[in-house]
Design a protein around this ligand. Structure first.
Ligand code: NAP
Length: 244
């Protein structure tokens, strides 16, 4: 069975791709700007004994995504059964200072990408009467966060999208769920100032930053048979940071 992970060249996407590979999924490794990292993730995956190939595409670009899905099918010889919409960026700023490009870039990379990839994947999943779509949201899509209106809006959008597509495709054997990570140790968070990190840590009952591998375990759960009767859900992986 083939899984496509967007933004698999590092961080949570890389960990999700490796976790799925350890559990016998073949992996299409999508990346945008980091070919060397994507190649090395691909080698790590192949060493686990499954098939893997890299596919460059800006997930926020509709036609690049369409071409990528065609290339994946012809090159890997099967269609995508598990889609992990993970690609994401931040362009943090308070609203007063937020430039239009900071708003549009984030909505495009984080939210339009989810539409693009899901739209490209869904026809084959529906034909197969089977599919697993896992969208990487964020706890800030549930709570909001000062300085991240663009990012929080994109993640809240992902949650609404997840629930809608879950309803549309539940009768076709396709589940659609979201994983909402809290504060995870990746290149996205390493740029935060130490005082901001310290403040965030105070709000986490477990008192520590999470690892990409801990998020990947939740992705694996939604990718497999163990979650067959679960759809339209949002699972926070955040050390207790948000409780609803
Ligand atoms: P990261 O280390 O910065 O990695 C981001 C990944 O996304 C990279 O592989 C990058 O690939 C890829 N990417 C970015 N824009 C892309 C595009 N337009 N098309 C294709 N790939 C693209 O970030 P991360 O922390 O692992 O984040 C992964 C996901 O988790 C994101 O959606 C993020 O919002 C979410 N998340 C992270 C945290 C956290 O604390 N780290 C918390 C909540 C949610 P290239 O370099 O090849 O472009």
């Amino acid at each position: 069975m083939l899984a496509l992970v967007t933004g698999a060249s590092r961080g949570i996407g890389r960990a999700a791709a490796l976790e799925l590979a350890k559990n016998n999924f073949n992996i299409a490794v999508n990346f945008n700007r980091s070919p060397d990292s994507a190649k090395s993730v691909c080698e790590e995956i192949k060493a686990l004994g499954v098939k893997a190939e890299i596919f460059q595409a800006d997930a926020g670009d509709y036609s690049q995504v369409e071409e990528m899905f065609k290339a994946v099918k012809s090159s890997m010889g099967e269609s995508v059964s598990v889609l992990v919409n993970n690609a994401g960026i931040t362009r943090d700023n308070l609203l007063m200072r937020m430039k239009p490009e900071e708003w549009y870039e984030v909505i495009n990379a984080n939210l339009n990408s989810v539409y693009n990839c899901t739209h490209a994947a869904i026809r084959d999943m529906a034909k197969a009467k089977y599919g697993r779509i896992i969208n990487i949201a964020s706890v800030v899509g549930l709570t909001g966060n000062a300085g991240q209106a663009n990012y929080a809006a994109s993640k809240a959008g992902i949650i609404g999208f997840t629930k809608s597509i879950a309803r549309e495709y539940a009768s076709r054997g396709i589940t659609v769920n979201a994983v909402a990570p809290g504060f995870i140790e990746t290149s996205m968070t390493e740029v935060l100032k130490p005082e901001i990190k310290a403040d965030i840590l105070k709000s986490i009952p477990e008192g520590r930053i999470g690892s990409p591998e801990e998020v990947a375990k939740a992705v694996l759960f939604f990718a497999g048979e163990s979650s067959s009767y679960i759809t339209g859900q949002v699972l926070a992986v955040d050390g207790g940071m948000t409780m609803f």
